[in-house]
Design a protein around this ligand. Sequence first.
Ligand SMILES: *[C@@H]1O[C@H](CO)[C@@H](O)[C@H](O)[C@H]1NC(C)=O
Ligand SMILES: *[C@@H]1O[C@H](CO)[C@@H](O)[C@H](O)[C@H]1NC(C)=O
Ligand SMILES: *[C@@H]1O[C@H](CO)[C@@H](O)[C@H](O)[C@H]1NC(C)=O
Length: 599
Amino acid sequence: MASESTVGIVERVQSFVSENKRAVIIGAAAAAIAVGGVAYYASTSSRPRSQGDIEKAARKDKKKSSKGGKKKKSVKDTDGPILEERKPPAAKPEGEVVGEVLTAEQIAALPTEDRTKLASTFKENGNAAYKARQFAEAAELYTRAIEVSPKPEPVFYSNRAACYVNMTPPKHEFVVRDCDEALKLDINYIKALNRRAIALEGLERYEESLRDFTAATILDKFSNTTTAQAVERVLQKLATKRAAEILATREPRLPSFTFISAYFAAFRPRPHPALPENPSTGDQTLHLALQALEAADYAHALSFINESIDQGISWDVGKAEALNLRGTFKFLTGDVDGAKADLQESLNLVPSFTQSLVKIASVHMEQGNAQKAFECFEEAIKFNPNDPDIYYHRGQVLFIMSEFTQAAENYTKSTELDDQFVFSHIQLAVAQYKSESVANSMATFRRTLKAFPQRSEPQNYYGELLLDQQRFEDAVEKFDRAVELEKLKSPPNVLPLVNKGLTMYQWKQDIGAAERCCNEALRIDPECEAAVATLAQLSLQQSKIEKAVEMFEKQANLARSEPELVNALTYQFASAAQVEFLHNYPEMAAQLNALARGM
Ligand SMILES: *[C@@H]1O[C@H](CO)[C@@H](O)[C@H](O)[C@H]1NC(C)=O
Ligand SMILES: *[C@@H]1O[C@H](CO)[C@@H](O)[C@H](O)[C@H]1NC(C)=O
Ligand SMILES: *[C@@H]1O[C@H](CO)[C@@H](O)[C@H](O)[C@H]1NC(C)=O
């Protein structure tokens, strides 16, 4: 739960850069647009052919039907081919019987002008059939129009697609095929894009559906809220589906050094359990594991702990300790069930083991069971009423639940029992800040800074609150001090560096400085997700969309929990769709640039 701090930064980065996800997604598009940069307005503003009239026709049609007062079952695709054209329908070509199938030879023998007229008639009849909800017949008529027309018309394909949309069940594959044709002929055909997007969504081809909805949204200049909502909906489906696939297949992996050390730092150091007189091999390996842990060598600590359990530990207290530690590592790799099993086994051996009780409370929280978590704390207090860790961690749970007053009480209790644990002081100050006692909070921080002059954490978290109050200069000073103190450690915690970067950006919009801080942080801890997330957002801001996609991918790789993974994937897919848009519509770049400035 000390992980709060790391996760917190990632969230703050994202919420700062934009008010909400939707704005970021659209903001990403807006940023994406600046990429091309070439002024090239000509081709995009003129809309060829008759689709332009469709909206007007649709409104007219709606009015008419409401006047008629007949309650018609609504056609799903209301702006489909029901529409009347502005031009009166072409007269029937002389001597032709509409409805009779012509062979390819007969068609080829007709003069071009007649073929155009005939195609138009087929389309009119198709529209009439569509309006009468005779979708199969309408589709057939559009097919005739396509066959007879001397040149391919996108509207014939798009209208036929609308028929397939409305069949029961909808023929998604056919919709996609027809829209492919329509869009080959007119890449700016928004209606065809929307139709294909809906069909692709129906086929669960979410990435392609997102591509089309994104293109439609941008081409529509973000004016169509239905499409904008569709972008979000499909993004959500895509990210959730992909996250499930990733979680099902990927090897469990430890999180970044920054994250793990923050987690372990949330527990007061305890003396190692004394080894029995004649330690077994497993006992000795456990000893090595605890030494590696103390040296912050987490990879070795983990393999030693596994080994020690496999080798067999000879006494219960040692075994409970080992299971506690293995459970902790499982929790850190996202294996919540495995963690629970180990911690429970540890408690079966030593029911009064405070750390296992406190950690299993975190597991219950992770599983959304706050009541169970509080029961564990009560249980722990029954055994060890004066263990300060219990109150600190109960404070953390209350903090997450936004019960800041009770959290502050519990932190205070923890401090009363042991005032040497810096995080109780820091969290107390933050809880006071959150419950609007800003003056108290600042006073607590100043006392803590004085009491722990060699610790970087009070500097760092005080800096965060100063940043929140937009006291940028003071914040940077604190972060700098924290960075200095961390330099004495090996390896240093890089969060103050990321925080400094964020501040430079919020204060002076100094993206260069912000990136330098984050890159430095990544040099020290290549898996620091706060740095990766910040770089991703900064890349978006600078329209470096491809770099942003790369960073979001990295963020997704680092994500531990499903919500974190879904979040990173959402940004990744949203940006990737926009990269693809720019690739497919290079001439839109400049025009959209202007649009972005207006947003
Ligand atoms: C908005 O988009 C939806 C499809 O996403 C489409 O059905 C609708 O006609 C569009 N509205 C306008 C006003 O273009
Ligand atoms: C430790 O053991 C767990 C299962 O008990 C396993 O998932 C993990 O890969 C092991 N790790 C190492 C480094 O041996
Ligand atoms: C701590 O939190 C609990 C709620 O879980 C509350 O009942 C208690 O009064 C708080 N304060 C202390 C000092 O334990």
